[in-house]
Design a protein around this ligand. Sequence first.
Ligand code: SF4
Ligand code: SF4
Length: 125
Amino acid sequence: MPCIWYKGGLCTSPVLDKPTADVTLPSRCLSQGYTTCRFFKDVSTSPTTSDVRGSREYGRPILMIHGLNKPMKSDCKYFRLLNHESGSYLAACEVLKRYLNMYEVSLCVDYWNDCPFRKLQDKIP
Ligand code: SF4
Ligand code: SF4
């Protein structure tokens, strides 16, 4: 099974600033060896939380980083807005499979069309 972050020959790991082929190694990215990669982030073992209505799939949010004080809207089809029981909102990306921080959310709102993750997912050159 290949690494979940390997897309179109690029590494889309959330620990990187942007997708790049510089760190990929097909023999590792396309095999179980990806688990030893220092860029690999396992989202499936993140602690789950019950305080996010409608989604447990992105692990536990850190409100100081991910909390939004108002609902944000992006025209990107991979953008998801979630309610948190604290009254704040969370945004997540279905491509990155994680919550987005406030800075990232502003990019998803204003520049979603240029997003390299969206282009990769949609296989746009
Ligand atoms: S194995 Fe490492 S370099 Fe390759 S896609 Fe996964 S995280 Fe990126
Ligand atoms: S704009 Fe990019 S980062 Fe934002 S939700 Fe869409 S694919 Fe994800």
